[in-house]
Design a protein around this ligand. Structure first.
Ligand SMILES: Nc1ncnc2c1ncn2[C@@H]1O[C@H](COP(=O)(O)OP(=O)(O)O)[C@@H](O)[C@H]1O
Ligand SMILES: [Mg+2]
Length: 335
């Protein structure tokens, strides 16, 4: 009798032999499941042209705002885009994408993303929560296993870009994603011009080296607030700025003026990028519309598709696209 290694009853079907082959069968099944997951990841890697991670050292610097903004700005170009929101403890991407309260849709064992603004496909850990106000406390291995499963079991279809948003500061999640998902193009690091946020973004840049995922560039968020107003045509306007500085400008023929106030500091992101020899992708102004958008579920790019913030995002995205080399045939490598 030609026994396969997974046959339960061997030729010598004593108790010991049965037990050994049952164990072997289990190992075989595990190896098969792992192989299937790797093949699935490789397939996903092939179907998604570009994968971009969005990271920051510190929370609250606008990582999710930038991740959703990049996705929407790319979608404005007519590209097929998805967002994978890995933040289990404070997932706010669904809210920003108008998908609050959605649940995962599973069909034939595959998870289907929800479609948010501009057709952007969204998968979020928030879709697993019964109550979005209750943070999930998952221990390390369970959390990382869930992330791997999220990558392998999602039916993204063909995408031009997948933007991956992370929780702040931790290294486990980006490491798991970088090890699971093949051909990641690189990471975008979000910072504010403040010193402490800059310090953290420097850490992220060093972290990228250990991950072996290149830095595609730095985005400086909340970089200045622009006041628009009207006064007499061609007149001079003066505003008391921060740190006792007086800001001046001249109105145009119609009496319109715009003055940008640097709320924090100026140019911090740019100098960090320069110091580390990584590209600077651009600045995103402070815009209260982002906060409103987070509350009412209409992203700034959707509420004002041609406004200053949408224009800033379009410039950042153009700089990002310049950093990404177009390779339409990523290798299907199973390792
Ligand atoms: N450029 C900006 N202008 C104004 N508010 C912003 C800007 N970027 C982010 N915010 C606000 O700051 C808060 C934190 O942003 P979020 O994207 O959730 O940060 P993170 O994901 O880094 O924790 C949110 O309320 C968001 O609306
Ligand atoms: Mg966030």
């Amino acid at each position: 009798m030609a026994d396969s290694p997974v046959t339960k009853h061997g030729a010598n079907s004593g108790d010991e032999a049965t037990e050994a082959s049952a164990q072997e069968q289990k190992q075989m099944e595990q190896a098969y499941a792992q192989m299937k997951r790797k093949m699935s990841m490789a397939e996903i890697g092939r179907m998604i042209k570009h994968k971009v991670m969005v990271l920051s050292g510190k929370g609250g610097v606008g990582k999710s705002t930038v991740a959703t903004g990049l996705a929407l700005s790319l979608a404005q170009q007519g590209l097929k885009v998805g967002i994978l929101d890995i933040d289990i403890t404070g997932p706010n991407v669904p809210k920003m994408m108008g998908l609050e309260g959605r649940r995962l849709h599973v069909e034939a064992g595959r998870i289907h993303p929800a479609q948010g603004h501009l057709g952007v496909k969204v998968i979020s850990m928030a879709f697993l929560l019964d109550n979005e106000d209750t943070p999930v406390v998952w221990r390390g291995p369970i959390k990382l296993g869930a992330i791997q499963q999220f990558i392998a079991d999602v039916e993204w279809g063909n995408l031009d870009y997948l933007i991956i948003d992370f929780p702040p500061g931790t290294s486990d999640e980006p490491l798991t994603v970088a090890q699971s998902l093949p051909d990641i193009d690189g990471m975008v690091i979000v910072t504010t011009p403040q010193d402490v946020a800059l310090l953290d973004s420097r850490k992220s840049i060093t972290f990228s080296e250990s991950l072996k995922v290149p830095v595609l560039g730095v985005v400086e968020n909340m970089s200045g607030y622009t006041i628009n107003g009207k006064s007499a045509p061609n007149s001079e306007v003066k505003i008391d700025g921060p740190a006792g500085k007086t800001l001046k400008t001249t109105c145009d023929d119609q009496g319109n003026f715009a003055i940008t106030i640097d709320i924090f500091k100026e140019g911090g992101g740019e100098s960090t990028a320069e110091e580390f020899g990584v590209p600077f992708l651009g600045k995103l102004p402070f815009d209260p519309g982002f906060v409103r958008g987070g509350d009412d579920g209409v992203h700034r790019i959707v509420s004002e598709p041609e406004g200053p913030s949408a224009i800033a995002f379009a410039k950042i995205v153009a700089a990002l696209q310049e950093q990404i080399t177009d390779s339409d045939e990523p290798g299907l490598e199973i390792i």
